[in-house]
Ligand binder design. Sequence first.
Ligand code: AP5
Ligand code: ZN
Length: 217
Amino acid sequence: MRIVLVGPPGAGKGTQAAYLAKNLSIPHISTGDLFRANISQGTELGKAAKAFMDAGNLVPDEVTIGMAKDRMAQPDAEGGFLLDGFPRNVSQAEALDESLKADGQKLDAVLDLEVPEDEVVKRIAGRRICRNDSSHVFHVAYSAPKQEGVCDTCGGELYQRGDDTEETVRRRLEVYHAETEPIIDHYKAQGLVVTISALGKVTEVTKRAMEALGRSD
Ligand code: AP5
Ligand code: ZN
């Protein structure tokens, strides 16, 4: 399956993607994670992205589209993928449409995670991520690690993302409404959008998502 996951910052895209990718046996491709890996490795791409991310703005399309296409061209993504955080504006969606069409492929679904803004702010403020593996995501109140600051899964150090400050979150939400939400209409016109509520337990949301994708078996 080829799926796009869309929703505001803190909706739980990364959390759900980890389970959905496993259930569906497809790679989880997160442009945010790819940028953060480049930043921690000190690459030119990471240097180009950092200031935009710290400010809560989108990284320019020239950088982002090439990076996402390179990742989708890896052998593990041949049979499908779950995109998280890409596309993030209409021009990225058009670039993705064109590139899939050129390969004789198409998207199967765009899964839209709906969550009220006050919940998003709470989720982001309490989020902690493992330095060893960005799919190990915790929350100080909702899914607290057994030992504070330590990943339950691998023992790695947990940290708070630099763009998870209140001011930057507000900016990321503005950018979401102005630039990312329009891709929902873009994909509605193609009949691809399924919207679910991202409220409730993580396992409940995963169940809802699998049902919406027609894969509840
Ligand atoms: P990115 O990394 O994509 O961040 P985001 O879209 O802002 O989303 P988040 O990672 O903040 O949230 P999430 O929805 O994954 O939530 P999570 O599962 O962690 O992008 C960061 C930046 O990179 C952008 O601002 C931009 O600068 C740049 N960028 C990335 N892609 C780009 C692109 N295509 N073009 C241009 N720029 C790009 O969950 C949040 C918290 O809630 C966690 O603590 C989790 O434990 C908790 N939680 C999750 N589900 C539940 C639940 N059901 N109940 C209770 N708690 C829950
Ligand atoms: Zn870990």
